[in-house]
Design a protein around this ligand. Structure first.
Ligand code: RIB
Length: 316
């Protein structure tokens, strides 16, 4: 039987305003439009992996408000198993998002129910977690829950991918337990409290520092510049991003993580999984919203037929 991906993470309703530019401090701008989308880094990764054809289950919380029912239904519609999604007292998580004309965004997340995803609630899902082929998590749930999950993964020998978003300081013990850590550029700066001045050399040095902090495998997500893979002492590898017209980059990182996990679950090599993930993320940025922007497996196949060259290179 094909093993599942289990995502332990956040489920949000995204309240999205489009504007010519993202307002500066103290500035009011007139928006071009307003829409709501199903979001949350955890739920986005779950939906993206399910749309690619992988069996996926979600462990998370929604509130006992009207959003909670909608968010659960959204996951069910995408064929994500929601048996371990709890309804807790209080509001569901929401994200207030502004997108600009270049497709860039700024996000404020109000965790609501996600903030009550305790280790105890995750422990209740142990029978599901034990059968997982891959665990995916992020930092929109309490850190003690992420710590608990990483210990669970280590005990049961299940690979776990941590998307350290939104960024915060992480213990070496946690870093040592995760199989893959996948920060973007801002998160890398926050994790290492350092500056990256754009060159491959700096990215390689940052990846080396994360490895030195205990991370087993690092995948730096560098947006339109692609990604850098660092696995212990193996030579580092860069995978270029596909060039597309971005309309909304919200959840591109989630699309990438899901694609990468699905690639590894399918038995692709690490660099081919990153190539596949790059295609999933590229398609997602050409569409508005978080979950509705995630492509199906067939869409990714078609995209790759049109872009057949593997965009890998050695870091210079
Ligand atoms: O990664 C994008 C997601 O971040 C949005 O869907 C929003 O809900 C926030 O969690």
């Amino acid at each position: 039987m094909q093993k599942s991906i289990v995502v332990v993470g956040s489920i949000n309703l995204d309240l999205v305003a489009g504007a010519d530019h993202i307002p500066r401090v103290g500035e009011t701008v007139i928006g071009r439009g307003f829409k709501t989308f199903y979001g949350g880094k955890g739920a986005n990764q779950a939906v993206a992996a399910a749309k690619l054809g992988c069996p996926v289950a979600m462990v998370g919380n929604v509130g006992d408000d009207a959003f909670g029912t909608q968010l659960r239904n959204g996951l069910n519609d995408a064929r994500v198993d929601t048996a371990c999604v709890n309804t807790v007292e209080g509001p569901s998580g929401v994200a207030l998002i502004t997108t600009d004309l270049r497709g860039e965004n700024s996000i404020v997340v109000v965790p609501g129910a996600n903030g009550h995803l305790t280790p105890k609630l995750v422990e209740k899902a142990a029978p599901l977690l034990e059968r997982a082929g891959f665990l995916l998590t992020q930092l929109e749930i309490p850190l003690e829950t992420v710590d608990y999950l990483a210990q669970f993964a280590e005990r049961h020998n299940i690979p776990i991918m941590l998307d350290p978003a939104p960024a915060r300081e992480l213990s070496q013990a946690l870093l040592r337990r995760v199989s893959w850590i996948t920060p973007n550029e801002t998160e890398t700066l926050e994790l290492l409290k350092t500056n990256i001045r754009n060159g491959d050399q700096d990215y390689c040095a940052a990846a080396d520092r994360l490895l030195a902090c205990g991370a087993k495998n690092v995948l730096l997500k560098l947006g339109a510049r692609g990604c850098l893979i660092a696995q212990g002492t193996l030579p580092k590898e860069c995978v270029r991003a596909f060039s597309v017209n971005a309309v909304d980059t919200t959840a591109a990182g989630d699309a990438f993580n899901a694609g990468f996990a699905v690639g590894l679950m399918r038995g692709y090599t690490v660099s081919h999984s990153a190539f596949f993930a790059s295609a999933v993320a590229a398609i997602s940025v050409t569409r508005p919203g978080a979950q509705p922007s995630m492509p199906s497996g067939q869409e990714v196949e078609r995209f790759l037929e049109q872009h057949p060259t593997a965009p890998t290179k050695q870091p210079s």
